[in-house]
Ligand binder design. Structure first.
Ligand code: PLP
Length: 467
């Protein structure tokens, strides 16, 4: 029979060993961050080489922990895109700050949970407080409720599912620049095929209000029920912001739910240059912002705000007998009732800590720096007549193309840069034409980093018009 009292925990490590291994991890991460500019910005391995180093049969006996940690760091973590790399301008790089890393580590060490009030009232309060800080910085009204998710995909779909539960079935209008995860996810979240209307964007790659109005009128005449509009505040491809005040006016007059996907761009509301571009964002019925994009948080962290109190809870409430002991009353919030997650990571700890350590002012200037860097890139490209700016710098994103060059040539330039390790950019299309794209939101990036990547792509540097 097992002697429970005297049997050591088979997974336990003694305190000295925990400290030693923990310090190893801290040292390794700090060394990685210190030397990152000299490391490849992105690296992909072949399945065979990665499996050879990381695979094999399940290890029956344990082995040296430092060796295992080294394998993870040197092999697994070396083969990826590095969001912190100062010349990673591809997709949305998501550079994290060390304050965010510390918050993540602390929460993970304590195995923090934010599901039900009784089981995690401390982390839940941190989430409520942090969401309210963000809510006020975005200019949304008091009483707006929020929840954190794994990222923008789930935050947007959680919002639209809750909106549909609140308003009933109806047509949802999007543009062809809306993030692909929304169109992909709507059917799984209850929207029928004929309830999703994708409109062509205008020449500025924004949702055209006239066409939106005309389609709504057409749908009503055909007996359909317009109900939701998805506007984007900072599209992934070009950083364009849909005309939020005009769309909000139309939604008001037609009685439609306005959802704003600010997963990428809404964080820019924390600085003045961003606030100007995002005017009207505060009128959203629901709004998404991803701290793991432009609020310098480690993956994962998405935020959803819903203006009308109670909408999330009515959509996602559950109260089985086995959770009664930990269920909150009155203002005690059970976050399990605000999305489809029950067991939830306490994602707000890192964001709260970042606000406490840096303050809004430092975060704001880090965001403004990213906006200015894309403007610098635009000026450099504009100085070379063989290249053209495809879309101007908008919220830290600029796209550009070499005149007369085809798809493959642009993709080859991007691939050669990535292979060199010096930097990484995205090859994309803008209104059907090939282009390269920079997303410059990393506060560690300098103007020199931007220029050197442009130069390696073939842009002549040093001819930019003076400002
Ligand atoms: C505008 C926008 N919405 C949604 C998403 C999806 O977010 P996530 O990748 O965090 O799920 C992204 C990702 O880049 C985005 O840029």
């Amino acid at each position: 029979m097992t002697d429970f009292k005297n049997t050591p925990d088979p997974l336990g490590l003694d305190a000295a060993e925990m400290r030693q291994l923990g310090y190893w991890v801290v040292d390794r991460v700090v060394a990685h961050l210190e030397g990152i500019a000299d490391e490849p910005a992105i690296q992909a391995g072949t399945p065979a080489e990665l499996r050879a180093a990381l695979g094999g049969l399940p290890p029956q006996a344990g082995s040296d922990p430092v060796e295992a940690l080294e394998t993870l760091a040197d092999v697994a973590l070396a083969h990826m895109q590095h969001g912190e790399h100062p010349r990673n301008f591809a997709r949305v790089p998501g550079p994290s700050s060390f304050a965010g890393v510390l918050g993540e580590w602390l929460g993970t060490g304590f195995n923090a949970i934010a599901a039900s009030w009784g089981g995690g009232s401390g982390p839940a309060t941190v989430e409520l407080v942090t969401l309210d800080w963000l809510r006020s910085l975005l200019g949304m009204p008091e009483g707006t409720e929020g929840v954190m998710t794994s990222g923008g995909s789930l935050a947007n779909l959680t919002a639209l599912a809750a909106a549909r539960a609140s308003e009933g079935p109806g047509v949802c209008y999007l543009s062809d620049q809306t993030h692909a995860s929304i169109v992909r996810g709507l059917p799984a979240f209850g929207f029928a095929g004929d309830e999703v209307r994708v409109l062509a964007c205008d020449v500025e790659m924004k949702l055209p209000v006239d066409a939106l109005h005309a389609t709504i009128t057409e749908d009503k005449a055909a007996g359909r029920r317009p109900a939701f509009v998805v506007a984007t505040a900072g599209t992934t491809n070009t950083g364009a912001v849909d005309p939020l005040p005009e769309i909000a006016d139309l939604c008001d007059s037609e009685g439609l739910w306005l959802h704003v996907d600010g997963a990428y761009g809404a964080s820019a509301a924390l600085c003045e240059a961003g606030r100007r571009v995002l005017r009207g964002i505060e009128r959203a019925d629901s709004l998404v912002l991803d701290p793991h994009k432009w609020l310098f948080q480690p993956i994962d962290a998405g935020c959803l705000f819903v203006r009308r109190p109670g909408v999330l809870k009515r959509a996602f409430h559950m109260s089985p007998d086995y959770l009664a002991d930990v269920t909150g009353v009155d203002e005690e919030v059970d976050f399990r009732d605000r999305s489809l997650e029950l067991t939830r990571r306490a994602r707000a700890l890192k964001l709260w800590l970042s606000f406490r350590i840096y303050g809004v002012e430092r975060i704001s200037s880090a965001i403004a720096h990213g906006i200015a860097l894309a403007e610098h890139a635009e000026r450099v490209v504009a100085g070379d007549r063989e290249w053209e700016v495809a879309t101007p710098a908008q919220l830290g994103i600029v796209t550009f193309a070499k005149r007369g060059e085809d798809d493959n040539a642009h993709a080859s330039r991007a691939a050669a840069l990535a292979d060199s390790g010096h930097g990484v950019v995205t090859s994309t299309k803008v209104l059907g034409r090939p282009a390269l794209r920079l997303c410059t939101i990393n506060p560690r990036t300098t103007a020199l980093d931007v220029s050197s990547v442009l130069q390696r792509l073939g842009v002549a540097v040093g001819h930019e018009p003076r400002t």
